[in-house]
Design a binder for this molecule. Sequence first.
Ligand code: FE2
Ligand code: FE2
Length: 482
Amino acid sequence: MSMIAVDYDGLIPNNVALGQDVRVKRALEKWHPGYIGWWMDMGPEGFQNALVYLRTAIGVDPKGWAKFDYVRMPEYRWGILLAPQREARKIPFGTHKGEDAWQEVPGEYRAMLRRLVVIQGDTEPASVEQQRHLGKTAPSLYDMRNLFQVNVEEGRHLWAMVYLLQKYFGTDGRDEAEALLQRRSGDPDTPRMLGAFNEKTPDWLSFFMFTYFTDRDGKMQLEALAQSGFDPLSRTCRFMLTEEAHHMFVGETGVTRVVQRTCEAMKEAGIKDPYEIDKIRKLGVIDLPTIQKKANLHFSLTLDLFGNEISTNAANAFHAGLKGRFREDRLQDDHQLEGGTYPVLRFIDGQIKNDDAPALSALNMRLRDDYVADCQVGVDRWNKVIADIGIPFEIKLPHVAFHRHIGEFSRTNADVDGKVLSPAEWTHKRTDFLPSEADKDFIESLMKPQMEKGKFAGWIAPPKVGIDNKPGDFEYVKIHDA
Ligand SMILES: [Fe+2]
Ligand SMILES: [Fe+2]
């Protein structure tokens, strides 16, 4: 493996020898003011001058890649960092399997590759936009810092994709890089490209669910792209995955702490029945059934990101060697899938059932299955917290057919158990499964900021350990030093 040290001297920290690549360096320097403009307009509202205890990537060595310090977010060093090049790397799958990995864009796949990069790139700024109001209602400085850490890293992920566009895709790459700064989450005229990235993230429980479920879709997509035969994309995604782990940590532990606080408050008050919702809400905590509804919402919205179960685009991208499967390198088969089949859950004659489909066409389905299994791991941990405190309740992932807008099940109204409902039944039962207006209002009523160091809002437990091993009363954000 060849390691290139990170160059921190210029405007754009990088380990891609940008100093020797005048054309790309100029292109990125030209893009930079637009990026900062976007960050000031669409980044965290009200805290651009605060000093935030952030980690910044200073290398790509898995053991010591980050440095923590107080930073004003607009001064964060967004850089271009690729994982080290693996010598003599081969294309690991598809029709070109075994050939040398591409260091330049293969001409025949140029459009397909550009589209993959643009779609990934579009999600990165979108989540920053979705989360921009949350700083004002942070339940603690610790949580506020985590939010901002996720935000600056999503900004860096945008840089990562823009680098690929500027370096490898000429004029159309430059145009795409510009367009990534123009679209806006939820904008009726210029929305972001994918549905879940146009939804609101109105409260902190949504934020934790989003980082748990939707950033995990990001992880799956990055894992699939990290396998790519186009080596610069693979290397970029490998390093992004290092950062992404923290985002899912924020989500998983965030929900854990909400669940924990609810169960503890119930226990203290002698409430055993998790469905005594009014009584539980009077304690100032979020009842478990409402947490379940939030999970139902975010899980189902995220499943839509995997696209159609049967997909020619996915087949083509795999066949071409551009986008692999989840951890392709650990799978034991021919990595070409020309003859195989894969069971796909479909809606046939009014029923949800498995149907074997050509494995190449079913790659979205397969990635989604891997995703669901990955989601279950954290849900089990949430349930352990509930069980340990002795509350009879279990959080469950809803059926994959529930509340879908893309693919096989977009034509059905399935409940959380996968039972197909009539439109009337669905309307009647909808708020049994998804947050009602009253649920949303209640959660919103709890969203009062707690900005005193070491203190936490009453609806969430403190974390077990601090970031960078800091003590409980550490001032993660110096708001007034602005
Ligand atoms: Fe990201
Ligand atoms: Fe992320």
